[in-house]
Write a protein of this length. Structure first.
Length: 76
């Protein structure tokens, strides 16, 4: 029953869904595009690996932020 949710709770819930969806597409697209990016920008293997590492760290931080935002939803 979603009728009892406040505006803030709706915003948090919709943001979590959108963020998870974008993150999923980013994971799938990034692994497929990495060789093209590497070739286009003439990146070395270590530079491409660094880019992949920072992407993974950023994704992990985003999931922690989503988890913390999820605490705003009421527990039933």
């Amino acid at each position: 029953n979603f009728k009892g949710l406040s505006r803030q709770e709706w915003i948090v819930m919709i943001t979590l869904i959108i963020t998870t969806t974008i993150s999923f597409y980013h994971i799938k697209a990034h692994s497929g595009l990495l060789p093209l990016i590497q070739e286009s920008f003439s990146l070395t293997d270590s530079a491409a690996a660094t880019m992949q590492t920072f992407s993974t760290i950023t994704r992990g931080i985003a999931f922690v932020v989503m988890w913390l935002c999820g605490d705003f939803l009421p527990k039933k």
